[in-house]
Design a protein around this ligand. Structure first.
Ligand SMILES: [Zn+2]
Length: 331
């Protein structure tokens, strides 16, 4: 089991509530993608079903823990996106409603995890409302919310909301170094710096060599801006599995340019390879152009995260052209 120290307080809270027989029926666990909120939900589910939990964590040894490990505990249900689906289907919600109405097979709690709850569509959300309001028997539903504001108010209002706070920079670093002992410490620092302080994202970045990818991206963008690389060639190299990360990085770079424009402080640029280009472009463009550029990227990011399946190549091309246009803008 992967213990994430920044979850400990909430694990204890749930354990205390259980001991006092005061557990709410629906708990929304809210926090950024990189805080391991899904891991927390499953840890809590295991602990509630475990026969002898220790300090709120599952023992990993008992019959219930073994059944959970094997994915065959009858008093547990997990609702997640099915492969290639963009939304949690209403048929999945209906099976959850059935699960909640049955009595416990092993005589203890029944636990369900919905991950993430913002992937429920309107019909699915509505089908869930009654269950959240009047769950039968001893059922606890954990709803994982990475973007709480995207969850319907009618769902939110029926849950007890627990917010997961990111760890301190030092705690995040020490967790990363412990989890990835072979990783280069400079790379760990760098990846954490571009992860919004969220350690699970930093870990993913370290594993996928995000720092190296950023370097390649900066070189490519620099070449495209100087018209030494075609827009379509660069777009093709970006339109891969990491496209969403790339958009987030582009937005971070634009925000750094905006900050630099007002402070003239080079330390706002987190990636040393990016300084020369971003500084130069920030000098060419004014605030309003940079804010427009940021907004254009946010629009594309929202499209990408939504259910419309935008064409990745065209999406990248439209943004790269905007970066090229910075060369033409003048304050
Ligand atoms: Zn156990």
């Amino acid at each position: 089991m992967n213990i994430m120290p920044w979850h400990a307080e909430l694990v204890e809270t749930i354990s205390d509530l259980e001991k006092r027989d005061a557990l709410p029926h629906a708990v929304m666990l809210s926090g950024g993608e990189g805080l391991g909120v899904d891991v927390l939900a499953h840890t809590l589910a295991r602990a509630l079903l475990c026969e002898s939990p220790a300090s709120g964590y599952p023992c990993g040894q008992c019959k219930a823990c073994h059944l959970m490990e094997a994915g065959s505990h009858n008093d547990f249900m997990s609702l997640e996106l099915e492969e290639d689906a963009k939304q949690i289907k209403i048929s999945q919600v209906r099976s959850l409603v059935d699960f909640v109405s049955e009595s416990s097979m092993r005589g203890g709690h029944k636990v369900a995890v919905i991950n993430p709850v913002e992937d429920l569509n309107i019909a699915g959300s509505n089908a869930l409302l009654k269950t959240l309001e009047e769950p039968a028997g001893d059922t606890i539903i954990f709803l994982v919310a990475q973007r709480q504001e995207a969850v319907l108010a009618t769902i939110r209002s029926r849950c007890q909301i627990l917010n997961i706070q990111p760890p301190s920079h030092e705690d995040a670093l020490s967790w990363l170094m412990q989890s990835l002992p072979a990783a280069d410490s400079d790379v760990v620092h760098s990846c954490l710096s571009i992860s919004n302080g969220e350690p699970v994202t930093a870990m993913r970045f370290i594993e996928q060599d995000a720092w190296g990818q950023q370097k390649t991206m900066i070189e490519g963008l620099g070449a495209a801006v100087k018209r030494k690389k075609t827009v379509s060639d660069l777009a093709e190299s970006w339109a891969d599995d990491y496209l969403q990360d790339r958009l987030v990085w582009l937005i971070q770079w634009i925000e750094q340019m905006i900050r630099f424009s007002s402070t003239e402080d080079e330390s706002v640029f987190l990636n040393a390879d990016s300084v020369a280009m971003l500084k130069y472009l920030a000098g060419k463009a004014g605030f309003s152009v940079l804010f427009e550029l940021r907004e254009a990227h946010l629009v594309q990011l929202r499209l990408l995260m939504g259910s419309t399946n935008p064409n990745p190549q065209l999406l990248c091309e439209s943004l790269i052209i905007l970066w090229q246009d910075l060369m033409r803008s003048s304050r």
